[in-house]
Design a protein around this ligand. Structure first.
Ligand code: KG4
Ligand code: ZN
Length: 342
């Protein structure tokens, strides 16, 4: 990969290759994270400070509080990353940060920290798209190469993306309302689970009967999704118990069955339509046990299936560093800004 563009961060001509070290910062939501990755695939340090405990009492992320917490954590997280890797700023080839989509106040903390590092150490800076980064998590410790279909499932997004090459990515389907993670968190709240409910719902679902309740799959475009009707159906189901004890495990299992079989069906359709033989899971919800199980069952039909290790599924900076090398491969100027929506 040849990146020799001059930027305001440095006068030097810099070329990145597979031995290049990228330090990246992620601060788009409620994790302050920093990592150093070699050649987009080898993680040398990965530090994540989670704010989940702080937001738990509010039942969701409060943007102003999140931004302040990032400010508190960022310097410690960066120092810890250098320490873990046994490196200093001079050793880094380029600095990167998530520039969007995400919470603007939060993104600004990571962006300004990374820009400052680039300026101080006279190195280039790469702004990274958070969604690309979730997909790039699959390059870590693998030899994955495009073309592939990616199923991106997170708290804010649900997309099927056709990745034809490192520079050609097309969203072929997405949710028309709630994202999968959002649906998990909302349903979890309905049945009284604390934020973030997704992982907790997943655990309970494993103890329940997936066929206990028949929940509706939305009828939308061939690769598109809709989860708001499902959420309403669960609400109706919960109300029908009229205060009596809820069969929580069965409700969770039935909800999980409905979501995972919808995702499976659409992904399979996308694979057949494109003829691609590789499927790549991405995003926080890629940690879900049943979604993983169903998508991995595609291996029996001759598909290669990739999913990041659990720690690279939810927000982290290793995936940002990987994306900086693999996908977001232009050096940015000092005026690069953050953005809130894709
Ligand atoms: O990708 P991510 O860390 O942050 C966003 O960019 O949104 O995803 C967070 C989302 C949350 O909605 C969380 O509840 C969900 O991922 N999640 C899960 C599981 N682990 C995380 N949802 C279902 N099952 C899981 N095991
Ligand atoms: Zn994310």
């Amino acid at each position: 990969m040849n990146k020799t563009k001059k930027t305001l961060f440095t006068d030097k001509q810099v070329t990145l290759d597979k031995n290049s070290l990228i330090m990246a910062i992620e601060s788009s939501c409620d994790e302050t994270a920093c990592a150093i990755v070699r050649g987009g695939r080898e993680v040398l340090a990965n530090v994540v400070a989670s704010q989940i405990k702080i937001h738990e009492e509010f039942g969701g992320v409060i943007p102003e509080i999140a931004a302040r917490e990032h400010l508190e954590a960022i310097n410690v997280v960066i120092s810890e990353t250098f320490k873990q890797a046994g490196m200093q700023g001079e050793d880094i080839s380029a600095f990167a940060a998530t520039v969007g989509p995400g919470l603007v106040g939060c993104l600004l903390v990571g962006l300004n920290a990374a820009k400052t590092l680039a300026l101080c150490y006279d190195k280039p800076f790469i702004g990274v798209n958070h969604l690309n980064a979730h997909i790039a998590a699959n390059f870590i410790d693998t030899d994955l190469e495009p073309p592939f279909i990616s199923l991106l499932v997170s708290g804010g997004h649900t997309q099927i993306i056709k990745v034809s090459s490192y520079s050609d990515m097309e969203i072929i389907g997405e949710t028309i309302d709630d994202a999968v993670g959002e649906a998990y968190d909302k349903v979890a709240r309905l049945i009284g689970l604390p934020y973030p409910g997704g992982p907790k719902l997943d655990k309970l679902a494993q103890e329940g009967n997936p066929k206990a309740f028949n929940l509706p799959q939305a009828k939308v475009g061939e690769y598109d999704f809709s989860f708001s009707g499902l959420k309403t159906a669960v609400l109706r189901l919960v109300k029908s118990f009229d205060g009596k004890e809820l069969p929580v495990n069965d409700i969770c299992a039935s909800f999980q069955e409905c979501v995972s079989s919808t995702l499976y069906k659409k992904v399979k359709h996308a694979l057949e339509a494109t003829g691609y033989k590789q499927i790549v899971l991405a995003g926080g919800v890629a940690a879900n046990s049943e979604i993983r199980r169903k998508i991995f069952s595609l291996q029996e039909q001759g598909y290669a299936v990739y999913a990041p290790a659990m720690k690279y599924c939810t927000d982290n900076a290793s995936m940002v560093a990987s994306s900086a090398y693999m996908f977001d491969n232009t050096f940015d100027n000092i005026d690069v800004e953050v953005f809130s929506r894709a």
